[in-house]
Write a protein that binds this ligand. Structure first.
Ligand code: NI
Length: 257
């Protein structure tokens, strides 16, 4: 079975056929999905989806672009949601120096607060890092993010950085980008990270794999990602599917309860 460790099915591009898509998923081999919050609205919607579908779980967290909406009250509300039985992670949280929607200090402050939330509620984290590789890593080390563990989502840095995260106790999230012809570094990452530390993800509706690049993404396209990782590593797609399924259950500990 395939496990999608990072999806955004609350996105409005799914409003038309969400029900139908979820109905097809399990027969297409997708056995689990974690819907990841990005905004406060997304956090709420993720809880609703997890409540409605038995194979959907939720992550609770606010993306660096959206941390301007956080305050003590909304943080408290997220703490409560972290204790819900179907909340398996805190995320997506991190730093985004590409769009710079919020000042770096504000991003860092809420990244740390949400890391603390993960520690205090015993959850792993789902990390978003764009054009901020060194700051993300340094901040995580400084705040002992190794104690929560988690996934570096949509990994986009070097193979060396991936191995440093693995050493810190993290898993590397690989999605549609690995199928792009020009994704030389990510293909290297897919080859070098130990197989017991790779998970697959869509980040849908974004980042559809080839040959669907540019279209709306969904978990139904994950076999294309799995096949590409298998091709790069010279193993069968089944081996990658089985390993990434197991890895998802190891990193999202609450799935086993
Ligand atoms: Ni995402």
């Amino acid at each position: 079975m395939i496990f999608d460790t990072h999806a955004h099915y609350d996105d409005e591009t799914f409003d038309e056929d969400r029900e139908e898509l979820f109905a097809r998923m399990q027969s297409a081999g997708v056995g689990g999905v974690v819907n990841v919050g990005a905004s406060l609205q997304g956090v709420r919607a993720s809880q609703e989806l997890a409540g409605r579908y038995p194979f959907v779980w939720a992550a609770v967290g606010v993306h660096p672009d959206e941390v301007g909406s956080l305050n003590e009250e909304t943080l408290q509300w997220m703490y409560e949601l972290c204790r819900e039985p179907k909340t398996v992670a805190v995320g997506e949280i991190g730093l985004d120096y590409h769009w710079n929607r919020e000042p770096h200090e504000v991003q860092q402050q809420w990244f740390i607060r949400q890391l603390e939330m993960a520690k205090e509620t015993g959850l792993p984290v789902n990390i978003h890092s764009r054009d901020a590789a060194q700051d993300t890593f340094d901040l995580m080390k400084e705040h002992h993010a190794g104690t929560t563990g988690g996934i570096i989502h949509c990994f986009s840095s070097s193979a060396q950085m991936a191995l440093d995260y693995v050493k810190l106790g993290y898993y590397i999230g690989i999605g549609g980008v690995v199928t792009f012809r020009n994704a030389r570094v990510l293909k290297e990452v897919a080859a070098e990270v130990p197989l017991d530390r790779i998970v697959v993800e869509t980040d849908c509706p974004y980042l559809a794999p080839e040959p669907n690049r540019g279209k709306r993404n969904s978990s139904l396209y994950l076999p294309l990602v799995i096949e590409e990782i298998a091709r790069i590593r010279g193993v069968s797609a089944q081996e990658i599917e089985d390993a990434t399924w197991e890895n998802a259950h190891r990193v999202y500990r609450k799935l086993q309860e």
